[in-house]
Design a protein around this ligand. Structure first.
Ligand code: ZN
Length: 174
């Protein structure tokens, strides 16, 4: 079955034994495939270092993406440079992980390809900050006009109908 993320597959039968290197592009299309990334735009590259030893494929991923996203404080556009690295071993050997081993993924003996799309997704997602905020790193300042506007709104707490307030008190007692 062919999917949109097939191009993030590595044909392990074509890999030479030992070390090799390939790269993949991360773009808006890739980000759009994942619910938690789809609100971001971006462009970047994943350098994949591979060390093939029989049916043990050791993979090191170095991901660098320039995300075009929105500042969570002032809502202006901002760029965020994301950089992350991870290791994973694909293996048909199911013996338990040794300590200090990077994560291991089962490689079916008949499998000729490994797909690393989800791994790239995980790496990007885990490297993202909880909130995107303009700071020194993004060499950009928050839109002050927007900040004042947002503050003006948030400093007026929504008025609660006193009857509802009383009803809430009743509910807490029971
Ligand atoms: Zn901002």
């Amino acid at each position: 079955m062919s999917t949109a993320l097939d191009k993030y597959s590595i044909d392990i039968t074509q890999l030479s034994v030992g070390k090799s290197q390939i790269s993949f592009l991360v773009d808006n299309f890739f980000l759009g495939q994942y619910k938690l990334l789809e609100k971001h735009k971006g462009k970047g590259v994943v350098i994949v270092h591979i060390d093939k030893q029989g049916r043990n494929i050791m993979v090191n991923l170095q991901t660098k993406v320039l995300l075009q996203t929105m500042c969570d404080r002032c809502l202006d556009n901002m760029n965020y440079e994301l950089q992350t690295e991870s290791n994973i071993i694909f293996s048909d050997d199911l013996s338990p992980n040794q300590e200090n081993n990077p994560s291991k993924e089962f490689l079916h003996p008949n499998e000729s390809k490994i797909n690393i799309a989800n791994k790239i997704y995980e790496d990007i997602f885990l490297a993202m900050p909880i909130r995107f905020i303009h700071d020194k790193k993004t060499s950009n300042k928050c839109n002050q006009a927007m900040i004042s506007l947002l503050n003006a709104y948030s400093s007026t707490p929504a008025k609660i109908d006193p009857r509802w307030e009383n009803l809430r008190k009743v509910k807490i007692k029971t």
